[in-house]
Design a protein around this ligand. Structure first.
Ligand SMILES: [Zn+2]
Ligand SMILES: [Zn+2]
Length: 307
């Protein structure tokens, strides 16, 4: 999406004004979100130095639903992972529930073998391997997963940026509800604004197309509105949404009546500015609570929506 977006702090400030009750949580996560957003630019030169060979984009593979980095190893990217860890770990140390594990996490990421092994589990989908790794340390597996995702995310973001064409402009080539680059499920979705293009009538439209946002690598892609990103079922009555009756500002939860998974969604036609999506996902935590009360499961568990 070419439209300019708010920064993390602009998005959080707007959410805090509308929902003062969320202020303490937003404040706790803000430094981490801001640092994560700034890291890819810092890591880009390290990626060039590493000589890491990025898997090429192939139409057939995409049609088969294989994410670009599926099964790839981050071997060779330890300098980027270490830089990311050095930047983010001190910020995590001040977050509730993480401080007591700060030293153990620091030791963990100083170990190249353990770091690469844990990072690769995010691309192989072998979460049990990460649990086993956690068992070799004193770090609870939920904390380790959060830390590994936080540290690996900006590195994957740096890799994802190397694929020049936005995924949103290749709508027919990727049909899956998981990320075309890293394979992770989206943390948030948005419906785009109305488009006005004087020169190209084909591009003009009423907006409302659905896009999914990957919190891990930052990739966004177009997805069918009537389909469930989790179980893939499609048709009338499959997807429903929940929203507050007043002052929702386009914030809602899209949930699947078949598999009971949900994804927070923001309808940009009901907002002026386009938010930073990672900050927005955090700012929709009140909707996560509504979803939990309804017995729904988050498509992408975050530190704040695992009840
Ligand atoms: Zn991704
Ligand atoms: Zn479903």
């Amino acid at each position: 999406m070419s439209e300019s977006r708010q920064t993390v702090s602009e998005t959080l400030a707007e959410i805090a004004t509308r929902r003062p009750v969320l202020q303490p949580v937003l404040k706790a996560f803000a430094p981490l979100l801001e640092a994560r957003a700034a890291l890819p630019e810092k890591l880009a030169p390290l990626l060039e130095e590493s000589g890491f060979a990025l898997p090429p984009w192939r139409q057939e593979r995409a049609q088969q639903g294989a994410p670009l980095l599926a099964g790839a190893s981050l071997n060779g990217l330890y300098p980027l992972l270490l830089e990311s860890a050095k930047t983010l770990l001190p910020l995590m140390a001040s977050m509730p529930g993480l401080g007591e594990h700060a030293e153990a996490l620091k030791t963990f990421f100083q170990n190249e073998t353990l770091t690469l092994k844990a990072s690769d589990t995010l691309l192989t989908g072998h979460e049990t391997a990460l649990t086993q790794t956690a068992e070799q340390t004193t770090i609870p597996s939920a904390v380790l997963l959060f830390a590994v995702e936080a540290v690996v995310g900006p590195v994957l973001h740096t890799l994802a940026k190397k694929y020049d064409d936005p995924w949103d402009e290749r709508p027919s080539s990727w049909m899956q509800g998981f990320c075309p680059v890293c394979g992770s499920f989206p943390s948030i979705a948005y419906l785009d604004k109305r488009v006005f293009d004087e020169k190209n009538a084909f591009l003009a439209g009423g907006g409302g197309k659905k896009h999914l946002h990957c919190a891990l690598c930052g990739t966004e892609w177009h997805f069918r509105r009537g389909a469930c990103p989790s179980c893939g079922q499609e048709g009338s009555g499959v997807m429903e949404f929940l929203r507050e009756s007043e002052n929702s500002h386009g914030e809602r939860i899209d949930w699947c009546t078949k598999c009971k998974s949900y994804c927070p969604t923001v309808d940009l036609r009901e907002r002026n500015a386009v938010p930073n999506m990672d900050a927005m996902a955090l700012g929709m935590m009140h909707m996560d609570i509504v979803a939990a009360q309804k017995g729904l499961t988050p498509l992408k568990p975050s530190f704040w929506n695992q009840f």
